[in-house]
Ligand binder design. Structure first.
Ligand SMILES: [Zn+2]
Length: 102
């Protein structure tokens, strides 16, 4: 089970990085990249490990994107609200949920 989870995470990262050309979607950084879950894993079917729910971010931009989740949706960095992130990758929460169920 642990191995399976690890593989799901790896596949998710790879699919997100590939679509975003291995660059942070905000600052074009190419080092220390992460695949950020736009809607938190806990709110998504099957953890939301689909590229429709992921965006490539560097360490610094990732911290800014997490602000929304850390504050339970009360605070976010301008331009880094989940709606902004979905727009950047051409997705939406509805699309992400649909992709997660399949
Ligand atoms: Zn960045």
């Amino acid at each position: 089970m642990k191995q399976k989870k690890k593989l799901i995470r790896l596949k998710f990262r790879e699919a997100v990085f590939k679509r975003d050309n291995y660059k942070c979607c905000f600052c074009n950084e190419t080092e220390m990249l992460d695949a950020h879950h736009i809607t938190d894993r806990s709110e998504m079917p099957n953890g939301g490990y689909v590229k429709e729910n992921g965006i490539t971010v560097c360490k610094i931009c990732h911290i800014e994107c997490e602000q929304y989740h850390i504050s339970n949706g009360k605070i976010w960095v301008k331009g880094k609200h989940p709606d902004d992130l979905y727009k950047i990758i051409g997705s939406s929460k509805e699309k992400a949920i649909k992709a997660s169920i399949i």
